[in-house]
Design a protein around this ligand. Sequence first.
Ligand code: SAM
Length: 259
Amino acid sequence: VTHGELVARLRAAGCVFAEDEAELITEAAAGSASELERMASQRESGLPLEQVAGWAEFCEVRVRVAPGVFVPRPRSELLVVAAAARARPGCVVVDLCCGTGALGLALARSVAGIQLHVADIDPVAVACARENVVSVGGRVYEGDLFEPLPTGLRGRVGVLLANVPYVPTAEVGLLPREARDHELRAALDGGADGLDVARRVAASAPEWLAGDGCLLFEVAEHQVAACTDAVVRAGLTANVERAPDLDATCIVASRPGTR
Ligand SMILES: C[S@@+](CC[C@H](N)C(=O)[O-])C[C@H]1O[C@@H](n2cnc3c(N)ncnc32)[C@H](O)[C@@H]1O
């Protein structure tokens, strides 16, 4: 496949940034014609670019993305920035619902010396996260929310990142086809109002947070009031942070009077 042919094929398949994608796919194929053909066909069939290439750029860090694993979104960089403002060197950081582990990895790259623990319920995501966080000494666990974490972390977590699924069930069908077809439903669907998993995380967070620890999770703007309510029910206070340029909103929850 020549560069021109690749661009034309990608454009015909509906890729808006066909030139850029062609360059990226060519780089990922590393000179192998058969790899290039395989990747071109995968992209034509609608696989997300990051799953085709095998990596995504997130917070200026190259993150491995395995097929089927949630592709880290640019808007989630707000969670990393908000966490970096609160994480101290040496602090225990947990990345729950970690997917590729992109958030924990990016935080570990920006704050030296954190102790990183990441967990997800999906074994494919867990394997992918293991590849990503090994370079920063992260520990990786598989299971439902807090259940697989070592009990010794109870009461010691300084920063609890949880980019949970938060799309209301009725809206999953409105997501781009790439997400619907190539990311697990469990990575997207947050139940009737989107907040089933967020509520469970908020309810258990006080058991795991250090006295001055905080929980950070991303929401849609219309979910802010219901999330604040869930956080307050858990005995925490909620601060809202926004990055309009990223179309991002996150809730930072902590014990009253601590932050
Ligand atoms: C929205 S994705 C976020 C992934 C990653 N944190 C990121 O930002 O790229 C949600 C992730 O939560 C995981 N997940 C869903 N339900 C879970 C549960 N009950 N326990 C642990 N992980 C869960 C999914 O497998 C998926 O990887």
